[in-house]
Design a protein around this ligand. Structure first.
Ligand code: FHN
Length: 417
């Protein structure tokens, strides 16, 4: 069996992915937790099932937008907590093929993104508010169990686990090679073997030996000897871990920050608080400068379209990556201390200086005295004269996001600094 190092090599190279939250909750357009948060009755929620037609769903357009944005992999919600399946599961009737959409939306997604050369990930919620044998989560008791009678209805959780494992098997058997299995999420004592996680992961790896799995089945991915289900990457959410993620021995652990573009995962029609392209770029740079990835979320609307505000940000980020992608793809942290004016990313002997704050006077490269062979602006290849061995000339045209490649520098390792 491959090692975590081998399985995640492409993931640690590609650095930037598209998260896609889409489902029935996109119709009320108040976020993906609407059924739990508003304790919506099945009767109400079923109206969305009866009208979901995916009439403008064209995953080729999604895939082209992701490619243009420089996103190298994608993760689609195949089933969120509401239990609605975007795929043609044989284990439930609560699925897209039984709605007016009448299509296997996951199959079309996989085919479209593969066609654009984008790695394919599947998100699957192990929480399921629709299944009769799922107990509900915390104070968001199973929306179908709000009444006394339902609350006391006996459940057979093993039957739920058979269903859950069976659907994961469907997803990893019926759609060709899958690159990422993204589970969501363990909580309280609902973790690890409560999900029969070892059996689940062994089944997954028997079908898709090269797949990578997130760490939300439970276990401690940072342990010296992580359990089998601890996953291949750590998945911080709406946060960038200050020093990146390392294991108990200080060895970097692959990680990916999943972050919304506005303030919601699922489509929210009145949330206009979209991050700017510069905020997205700086978030991506920060992740990579700490040996991590960014999974940036988009939320298609009820009809299956990604809105203009989202597409505009993705396009601008893609243009930045077209010119500066060498400072992201294949890069990771530098051993150098974080400079005052911005951040470093590094790939072998190429150091990338992400200059955010020009300050007054020349840019100072601490710790690089005598080590810089040449410097270039990434965006157009302009030569940057390094006047003294360790100080770059003052450049009036350096602006946010300009980069200097200090090729060939023998960069200080621990003992040098
Ligand atoms: O509850 C979900 C939430 O709706 C969303 O899918 C995020 C994305 O990582 N995961 C859970 C919250 O941690």
């Amino acid at each position: 069996m491959s090692t975590r190092e081998e399985r995640t090599r492409w993931f640690r190279r590609d650095r930037f992915g598209m998260f896609i939250h889409w489902g029935l909750y996109s119709i009320p357009a108040r976020g993906e937790w609407i059924r739990g948060n508003e304790r919506m009755s099945w009767e109400q929620y079923k109206t969305y099932f009866d009208e979901f037609d995916a009439s403008r769903y064209n995953p080729r357009e999604w895939a082209k937008a992701a490619k243009a944005a420089g996103q190298k992999y994608a993760v689609l919600t195949t089933k969120h907590h509401d239990g609605f399946c975007l795929f043609d599961s044989k284990l439930t009737d609560f699925k897209a093929t039984n709605t007016p959409a009448g299509r296997d939306l996951v199959r079309e997604y996989v085919e479209a993104f593969r066609e654009e050369g984008i790695a394919v990930g599947l998100y699957y919620s192990i929480i399921d508010w629709h299944h009769d044998d799922y107990p509900g989560y915390g104070d968001k008791a199973h929306p179908d169990r709000d009444n006394e009678a339902a609350k006391n209805k006996p459940i057979d959780f093993d039957r739920y686990l058979t269903y859950m494992h069976g659907q994961v098997k469907e997803l990893l058997t019926n759609y060709g090679k899958i690159d990422i299995m993204w589970f969501d999420f363990s909580y309280d004592d609902m973790t690890g073997e409560k999900w029969k996680a070892t059996e689940l992961v062994r089944m997954i790896r028997s079908i898709q030996p090269d797949i990578i799995i997130d760490n939300r089945l439970g276990g401690n991915i940072r342990a010296a000897e992580p359990v089998e289900y601890a996953g291949d990457f750590f998945s911080p959410e709406q946060i960038i871990p200050p020093g990146g993620i390392v294991d108990v021995n200080g060895k970097p652990v692959p990680w990916e920050a999943c972050i919304t573009l506005n303030d919601h995962w699922g489509y929210h029609s009145t949330d206009n608080n979209y991050k700017s392209a510069q905020q997205v770029v700086r978030t991506l740079v920060e992740c990579v400068s700490k040996n991590g990835n960014l999974l940036l979320n988009v939320a298609p609307d009820a009809k299956g379209e990604i809105n203009r505000q989202t597409l505009d940000v993705l396009h601008e980020v893609g243009e930045w990556l077209r010119l500066n992608g060498d400072s992201i793809y294949g890069c990771g942290a530098s051993a150098l201390p974080k400079p005052e004016w911005g951040r470093y990313t590094q790939n072998g002997d190429k150091l990338y200086a992400h200059v955010y704050d020009r300050g007054i006077g020349p840019i100072y490269f601490e710790g690089l005295k005598g080590k810089i062979k040449k410097a270039r602006l990434l965006r157009d290849g302009t030569e940057l004269k390094v006047e003294t061995p360790w100080m770059a000339e003052e450049y009036s045209d350096i602006e946010n996001g300009a980069f200097i490649t200090l090729a060939g520098a023998r960069l200080p390792d621990e003992k040098d600094t």
